[in-house]
Write a protein that binds this ligand. Structure first.
Ligand SMILES: Cc1cc2nc3c(=O)[nH]c(=O)nc-3n(C[C@H](O)[C@H](O)[C@H](O)COP(=O)(O)OP(=O)(O)OC[C@H]3O[C@@H](n4cnc5c(N)ncnc54)[C@H](O)[C@@H]3O)c2cc1C
Length: 389
């Protein structure tokens, strides 16, 4: 592959990190997005950012290596470390996960802050040129709404899960989720998370009750997110009173108790996710690959999307660096990266069947045994070995 020009379609987490990592191997990098970038407000092309976005341990390990200042930048904005067992109260319909020092700790931030800090780093690089435009066609050439045409030696599709261009790829699996997210932000001083730093009530894909998450973000704030499968309730109702009504339906009452009489900052945001999908990169063109949500859009309740995208970038860098790149060989590696998170998301999205029964049995074991819980946390955070922060 000639390494003259790299074109990246989409400047979400995957596109930005790709540009940052691959720019050292190409003479010029062009990154195209239709949104105004760099701010911390919710933009149209990434409206899911209004909702809780956890960056798993594996994702943090990758990002902090690529962006050595990021950890301190996040801390400077008041982001705090959360231990996923010691600082987390995690309930589900079987009870509560054990509380102990696990050393599986992550910094907790909002997705807009994370993206804007990455953008500010990437934009400093003179080799990377940002183009504002709506991508109209993805073939040998890329055309944007202004009529401008772009040609590259390698083209990376990172336009997220809702883009229409991955329809040209081979759809391997589609699982209906019917997930509704509702989120609102509070001042952390106004809430007592039962003495912990974050609270989870895990919902069930059977849709018989909503679940909820309350976790810290930057600037002394927390985000509270309610998650429902197959919601019969109105998604358009963004009133706080409606949010509280649904919060009242979360079993055991702890989520609602934590919110108490606190007043929210800003309005309630909602998001509907119909399905999770897995595509194969083989192949619309020998020069084009898709990654991130464009290739594989997971069940977001497991918080694996950004980390899986980052893992795909790590593998892409290895291929580009070694001059062994081909669409087919990269596709094979991508499918391997996706296997574990997709399996977890697939299993966790089942409403019935033997695998659902087995998963429920496993969750009951996780409740009772710290070693099994630690194993569960490592699977969730996509890490294998013991990690000390
Ligand atoms: C409700 C919800 C909650 C989630 N929670 C988590 C979580 O806790 N943890 C986690 O890791 N992941 C989570 N995810 C998944 C996460 O959002 C994605 O995995 C991640 O955003 C993928 O990044 P990406 O860069 O591939 O796509 P995106 O971030 O979606 O970026 C795509 C970019 O492409 C641009 N674009 C799209 N089409 C065009 C076009 N035609 N022309 C120009 N530009 C275009 C968009 O403007 C956007 O900037 C969640 C997802 C949802 C829906």
């Amino acid at each position: 592959m000639k390494k003259d020009k790299l074109i990246i379609l989409g400047a979400g987490i995957a596109g930005l990190v790709c540009a940052h990592v691959l720019c050292r191997y190409f003479r010029e990098v062009i990154i195209i997005d239709r949104d105004e970038l760099g701010g911390e407000s919710i933009r149209r092309g990434a409206s899911q950012s209004a909702h809780q976005h956890v960056l798993l341990k594996k994702g943090q390990m990758i990002l902090f290596k690529y962006f050595p200042h990021l950890r301190n930048q996040l801390k400077a904005r008041g982001c705090i470390y959360v231990d996923w067992a010691e600082d987390t109260i995690w309930d589900n319909s079987f009870g509560r996960f054990p509380i102990y020092k696990s050393n599986i700790k992550t910094l907790s931030m909002s997705r807009p802050l994370l993206e804007s800090l990455i953008f500010k780093e990437v934009v400093k690089n003179k080799k990377i040129k940002f183009i504002k435009g709506n991508i109209k066609s993805v073939n040998d050439d890329i055309e944007i709404n202004s009529g401008e045409i772009f040609k590259g030696d390698l083209i990376i599709g990172a336009m997220g899960g809702l883009n229409k261009f991955n329809k040209n790829l081979l759809l391997k699996k589609r699982i209906i989720l019917d997930l509704t997210y509702r989120s609102v932000v509070f001042n952390s001083d106004d809430l007592n998370i039962l003495g912990a730093k974050q609270y989870y009530f895990q919902t069930s894909p059977k849709g018989d009750f909503p679940g909820g998450v309350i976790c810290p973000i930057e600037d002394g704030k927390v985000i509270a997110t309610i998650i429902e499968y197959g919601s019969k309730l109105c998604r358009r109702d963004k009133s706080f009173s409606n949010f509280l009504d649904i919060a009242n339906m979360i079993p055991n009452g702890k989520f609602r108790e934590i919110i108490g009489e606190a007043k929210p900052i800003g309005h309630v945001s909602t998001y509907f996710k119909k399905d999770m999908t897995l595509y194969s990169n083989s192949k619309i063109n020998q020069k084009i690959i898709f990654l991130g949500d464009s290739l594989c859009s997971l069940n977001p309740t497991f918080g694996q999307g950004m980390t899986t995208a980052l893992q795909m970038i790590v593998e892409l860098e290895k291929k580009v660096k070694s001059n062994e790149f081909s669409v087919n060989s990269y596709n094979k590696i991508c499918q391997k990266v996706i296997r574990r998170p997709f399996l977890l998301a697939d299993l966790g999205s089942r409403k019935s069947g033997v695998l659902k029964i087995l998963l429920d049995l496993y969750l009951r074991l996780v409740m009772k045994n710290i070693r099994i819980h630690l194993f569960f946390l490592k699977q969730l955070h996509l890490i294998k070995k013991e990690v000390i922060v």
